[in-house]
Design a protein around this ligand. Structure first.
Ligand SMILES: C[S@@+](CC[C@H](N)C(=O)[O-])C[C@H]1O[C@@H](n2cnc3c(N)ncnc32)[C@H](O)[C@@H]1O
Length: 268
């Protein structure tokens, strides 16, 4: 082989690779066009996006403690914040003195009770709605001698809590589970942040009895999220299963008509 033929041979051998490489590029393009696009903004999006309207409108945040929540007692048998607080204290007895997240605090009826009770080393008032947090802040500002030093307000999605794992003694979620777009990812996240022995206590509505006998109740339950952004529960067992599947145990509950308070513990 003569030396002057070398460049030609090199070109020929490189050309052999061009067709397969082209085919590979074409195949990659085809596959990626069929594959769901994962763009950075999709990765960064908190999931699932809260679609619930409660607290998203300033008017709802304003009227929440000025009549809306009082309506729960009239229609659903809710005891009201002061009596609910007494029940909560009973469930949280083993973790009193520790920190607590008032998850989905709304305008903060329980945040204020937790902070004023002096029973917790730190109270975190957390909600996704900026309007609700603003209301919460204004209610606190209106109170004289309010103990603000051990209280923080945090805006976050319940399914993506900005706390390290096993760092929280108690999580309270008053009248909120039915507002969450995905109760299972929310309770799993609560379970993640609770320390072993930490307690989750929550209240919600139960639509059993004649509601559950309705042949369409399961169908309605399935589609409720699409209509309102929230959920509803047909029995305490559904809530028990929810806690169990998220790794919480020792399920307890208190019922009064549509009202239910549940509690579950992170295993030690
Ligand atoms: C009915 S209010 C409950 C307020 C208060 N905890 C109580 O017991 O009266 C429900 C709250 O859940 C909040 N919420 C709904 N989806 C949320 C989410 N994904 N993350 C955090 N908070 C959420 C709403 O903004 C609203 O303030």
């Amino acid at each position: 082989m003569r030396v002057q033929h070398y460049p030609w041979i090199v070109c020929q051998s490189l050309l052999c690779y061009v067709a397969p490489v082209r085919r590979l590029i074409w195949a990659t393009k085809l596959i990626s066009s069929l594959w769901p696009r994962v763009e950075p903004r999709n990765i960064l999006k908190p999931w699932p996006q809260p679609r619930n309207f409660s607290g998203l409108l300033p008017l709802i945040s304003y009227i929440y403690e000025r009549g809306w929540r009082q309506g729960f007692s009239a229609v659903g048998g809710w005891p009201g914040p002061q009596k609910e607080f007494e029940l909560i204290k009973g469930y949280l007895e083993p973790v009193l003195g520790g920190n607590i997240i008032d998850a989905s605090c709304g305008s903060g009826p329980f945040t204020r009770l937790f902070a004023k009770s002096g029973l917790f080393s730190l109270v975190v008032a957390l909600d996704y709605s900026e309007n609700m947090l603003r209301e919460c802040y204004e209610f606190i500002e209106k109170e004289e001698n309010f103990p603000k030093e051990d209280l923080i307000l945090v805006r976050a999605d319940i399914s993506r809590l900005p706390f390290v794992s096993s760092s929280v003694d108690a999580v309270h979620a008053g009248a909120a589970i039915h507002c969450w777009s995905s109760p299972s990812s929310a309770v799993a996240e609560i379970s993640r942040v609770l320390r072993p022995g930490g307690i989750f206590v929550a209240t919600t509505f139960i639509y059993d009895g004649p509601y559950a006998l309705n042949p369409f109740s399961k169908l309605m339950q399935k589609n409720m999220f699409r209509l309102s952004g929230g959920q509803f529960f047909l029995s305490e067992h559904e809530l028990e299963d929810l806690c169990k599947t998220c790794g919480l145990e020792d399920f307890k509950c208190t019922r009064n008509r549509r009202f239910v308070m549940i509690s579950a513990t992170k295993p030690s």
